[in-house]
Every structure is written in structure tokens, then in C-alpha cells.
Ligand binder design. Structure first.
Ligand code: FES
Length: 75
């Protein structure tokens, strides 16, 4: 099943607060939409970046470097 996930490319803005979905229930991947509350699942992980950049955010939730994809989805 690991090949059913792939990272999502996003444009991140400097100093903006983001909430990465950790539970997979969000319908707004890779970001949190609050679904963890109704599923009693793990809360989002907040993060921000120090410069505007493009990034590939993990959707399989198994990365060792959250919120970024580290290739684990291919393992
Ligand atoms: S999507 Fe690549 S490690 Fe999770």
C-alpha cells in the first residue's frame, strides 16, 4: 500500500503558521482541517519556515523528518 501515497508540493510563506496533518483524516492534505477531533486522532503539528520556499510535504505520515517527505513512502 505504500505506493498509494506521494508527497504534495506546496509553496510555503516565510513566518506563516502552518498545521501539518499527522492523523491522515484531513481532507485538506497535507494540512490539518480539524478532522482529528471527530476521529479522536493525533493533533496537527505546527510549523513555519524562515524563507519562502517550495516543499514536498509528507502525506503517508511515516516520514522521519515531518512535515517533509523523506522518501519513506517508497519503502
Ligand atoms: S509521503 Fe514521502 S515520506 Fe511520506
Amino acid at each position: 500500500m505504500s505506493d498509494s501515497y506521494s508527497p504534495i508540493k506546496v509553496d510555503l510563506e516565510k513566518d506563516k503558521r502552518y498545521a501539518w496533518c499527522t492523523c491522515s483524516h484531513s481532507t485538506n492534505q497535507p494540512f490539518c482541517d480539524g478532522s482529528h477531533r471527530t476521529h479522536n486522532a493525533t493533533p496537527s503539528m505546527g510549523f513555519s519556515v524562515e524563507e519562502n520556499k517550495e516543499a514536498y510535504l509528507c502525506t503517508c505520515k511515516k516520514t522521519s523528518n515531518p512535515p517533509y517527505c523523506d522518501g519513506t513512502h517508497n519503502a
